[in-house]
Design a protein around this ligand. Structure first.
Ligand SMILES: [Zn+2]
Length: 268
């Protein structure tokens, strides 16, 4: 599933392509026909991302909400759109650009109270300036749940996925199984600042890079990572490989239904 940086990049892209333009909206597949009809002919005012949720704001309190989930995908292009191929849930067209959405987990119109309710059930998004890390820590510091599970819980921290969580825990020297109530406030402040930095970099470059300069392939004289996720990482999907920092084999275990990865030497 795409992590939050991807959704923030999409929000910025859609804003650049369409904000201020009147859009024609259709649902070639038909499953969002009523919603598309309601949006069609209105102007896209602005867009924003909240965790893994994308919002397109139109006038009169109409907001398009998209959650891509595992299979959702946007494609876009210039000029006239091509004939719809496959299950296009939503197509937006302006005088200059088009955008198709396929396979989302959610594609719906929200009212302002719906948007408030969505935000209320999401935790602090490290990519948002209005995020409240104190509320997140208040949940974490009382919890007997492992940190990896708490940081993946979108009602505590929004936008983080397995890559950011496992990598930030490595960089903090914290084992994924460490329970929330054993995380000190300074420890949380460092972890939060690091998540913000890693996620902002990912928004900028479009992939997740988490290794420090002295652990990059050139600096270590090692081959670069080959993985469809791209980016240089310390532990994510590196089970059995040598830790870039200490050489110990990276471990993997199931934690709260998700794989977790860590270095048994660097993370305590
Ligand atoms: Zn290590």
């Amino acid at each position: 599933m795409p992590e939050g940086h991807t959704i923030h990049r999409l929000a910025a892209r859609h804003r650049a392509l369409f904000a201020g333009d009147k859009l024609r909206a259709t649902s070639p597949q038909g499953r969002f026909a009523a919603g598309a009809a309601e949006l069609s002919g209105t102007v896209l005012e602005t867009t924003e991302a909240y965790g893994k949720h994308l919002l397109h704001h139109h006038p009169d309190g109409r907001t398009l909400h998209v959650h891509l989930g595992l299979y959702g995908k946007f494609t876009d292009g210039d000029g006239e759109p091509p004939e719809p191929v496959g299950q296009v849930r939503l197509r937006l067209v302006s005088d200059r650009h088009w955008l198709d959405l396929r396979g989302p987990n959610a594609c719906e119109l929200l009212t302002p109270p719906d948007v408030d309710a969505l935000r209320a059930r999401l935790g602090a998004d490290p990519l948002r300036d209005d995020a409240d890390p104190d509320t997140a820590y208040a949940r974490i510091r009382r919890s007997p749940t492992p940190l990896a599970a708490l940081l993946l819980d979108q009602s505590i921290v929004a936008g983080t996925g397995l890559i950011f969580v496992t990598e930030a825990l490595f960089r903090a020297g914290l084992r994924p199984t460490r329970v929330g109530r054993r995380l000190t406030r300074p420890g949380w402040e460092r972890l939060w600042a690091d998540l913000r930095e890693l996620m902002r970099l990912a928004v900028e470059v479009g992939r997740i890079d988490t290794v420090h300069a002295h652990h990059l392939p050139d600096a270590m004289g090692r081959p670069p990572r080959v993985d469809r996720h791209g980016g240089e990482v310390y532990v994510y999907r590196r089970a059995g490989e040598a830790c870039h920092a200490c050489g110990t084999a990276i471990r993997r275990a199931d934690l709260a239904g998700r794989n977790s990865y860590w270095c048994p030497t660097c993370q305590r």
